[in-house]
Ligand binder design. Structure first.
Ligand SMILES: Cc1cc2nc3c(=O)[nH]c(=O)nc-3n(C[C@H](O)[C@H](O)[C@H](O)COP(=O)(O)OP(=O)(O)OC[C@H]3O[C@@H](n4cnc5c(N)ncnc54)[C@H](O)[C@@H]3O)c2cc1C
Length: 414
């Protein structure tokens, strides 16, 4: 792999930038692989990368029906945090957050990780109690967060109106090392790293069927022909139910659209991420100056990757009391992605009912932040049959009633 560095940049500049290699190979699919990953989002690509890097598996393919990162990975609002309530959640999200800290160096690709701090506003007494409790839980888990008062909120984010009539800001759960990263770059960096280790990344290749013989997965049917595999990882976010149906079982998942929007670019006015979960809205400012805004998930199930006028109006109306400056901003564009929601708002990283098949899904509205930790755990599960990071997130928890309830930390928030 051609390494990226300031020297490489200077060398290439002298040759009019004609000598750059492609970041990842685009091979024809082979007839068989040791492991096939369906889904070229961040989670699928990270899984393939760690299968090769941590477990030495080289005959691995990632099959993506469109282009890599074209699903939720390239549509999300990029918030990274690990301030969850339950221990298994804090463990995997904190693993992911800590991998993000050095991801650019590890993968030799600038993912623009920006640990600018994330605050979750408490705008009701109920939230104050909830976030104080989460701060205590985080202290026990070794995750650095604190509950801060309204004066500190105002100091960290001067554009917030803290004494609104309906939703005054009573405090916030503050994670100083939370932040954002560039979403496409996360997908591209894992693709480049995986390809360099021998993983075949095959785009425009939709899986249309899953071959099962004697209760064991043997391969997949695709729009580019059949591919045999020893192990199959299904990492397709909002389409998990569709893929499970191909293998003959159902998942406790609902697919629904989640929308976001950005404003016209303006001068820097906000250098933290703010989430206001009572009113269903959150905001950060991108490096280009656009205000990146998101709201709650749509209240119905569908597979439409589109935004809607009603959502723009609802989200902005909710946020305007807390951010009055929004009333004078023009919105540039909005979009949607299909997220996969579980009942307890925690992911599924699990063996499937079909032998040799593994599932990674259910990240709902908040899986971008988890990509490195999720890929790490999923690769370990696929390679060894067990992963400590994933053990609480098995499918059997829905049958046994062992939920990892994150409805406060993840139900609305991202
Ligand atoms: C608007 C919005 C805002 C969000 N904000 C945040 C946030 O701020 N922070 C956060 O942590 N998370 C956020 N999320 C959630 C986050 O984006 C997702 O949890 C995460 O990106 C899921 O990644 P993935 O790799 O599992 O799925 P995806 O990126 O969706 O990748 C799955 C891939 O599978 C492919 N696929 C599907 N079916 C097939 C098939 N049959 N054959 C081959 N390929 C197939 C798809 O084309 C897709 O590329 C947000 C999501 C949205 C939509």
């Amino acid at each position: 792999m051609q390494r990226y560095s300031v020297f490489a940049l200077v060398r290439q500049a002298m040759g009019w930038h004609q000598g750059w290699e492609r970041a990842w190979r685009s091979p024809e699919p082979q007839a068989a692989y040791d492991a096939v990953i369906v889904g070229g989002g961040g989670h699928g690509l990270a899984t393939a990368y760690y299968l090769a890097k941590n477990h030495g598996m080289r005959r691995v393919a990632v099959l993506e029906k469109g282009w890599i990162g074209g699903g939720n990975t390239g549509r999300n609002t990029t918030i990274i945090r690990s301030n969850y309530l339950q221990d298994p959640s804090a463990a995997i999200y904190e693993k992911a957050r800590s991998l993000y800290e050095t991801l650019s160096q590890d993968l030799n690709y600038n993912v623009m990780f920006s640990p600018r701090g994330v605050m979750m506003l408490a705008q009701t007494q109920h939230e104050v109690r909830g976030y104080r409790r989460t701060a205590q839980a985080n202290a026990l888990q070794g995750v650095a967060t604190e509950f801060i008062g309204p004066a500190r909120v105002k100091e960290l984010c001067p554009i917030i109106h803290v004494s609104g009539p309906r939703y005054p800001v009573l405090g916030a759960l503050w994670q100083p090392r939370g932040g954002t990263a560039r979403h496409d770059a996360v997908a591209w960096s894992y693709a480049r790293g995986a390809s360099d280790l021998g993983v075949d990344i095959i785009q425009n290749c939709a899986v249309t069927g899953i071959d099962v013989e004697g209760g064991r997965v043997t391969g997949v049917q695709t729009t580019r022909g059949p591919i045999r595999c020893g192990k199959l990882g299904v990492v397709v976010a909002g389409h998990s139910g569709v893929l499970a149906g191909m293998a003959g079982f159902r998942l406790p998942i609902e697919s629904t659209a989640l929308q976001a929007l950005v404003s016209e670019p303006i001068k820097p006015c906000m250098d933290v991420v703010v989430m206001a979960n009572t009113v269903h809205g959150y905001m950060s400012q991108s490096d280009k100056g656009e205000m990146v805004i998101g709201g709650g998930a749509d209240g119905r199930n569908d597979y439409t990757q589109r935004g809607s006028f009603s959502h723009v109006e609802e989200t902005l109306r909710a946020l305007i009391e807390t951010f009055p400056m929004l009333s004078r901003l023009k919105m540039l564009r909005w979009w949607g992605g299909i997220v996969d929601m579980t009942g307890d708002r925690s992911p599924i990283i699990s063996k499937a009912p079909v032998e040799g098949m593994f599932l990674n899904c259910g990240w709902g509205t908040g899986g971008f932040k988890a990509i490195p930790g999720s890929g790490w755990a999923m690769a370990e599960l696929m390679a060894k049959g067990h992963s400590p990071l994933a053990s609480a997130f098995g499918l059997e928890r829905f049958r046994e009633g062992r939920f990892v309830d994150e409805s406060v930390a993840a139900g609305v928030a991202h």
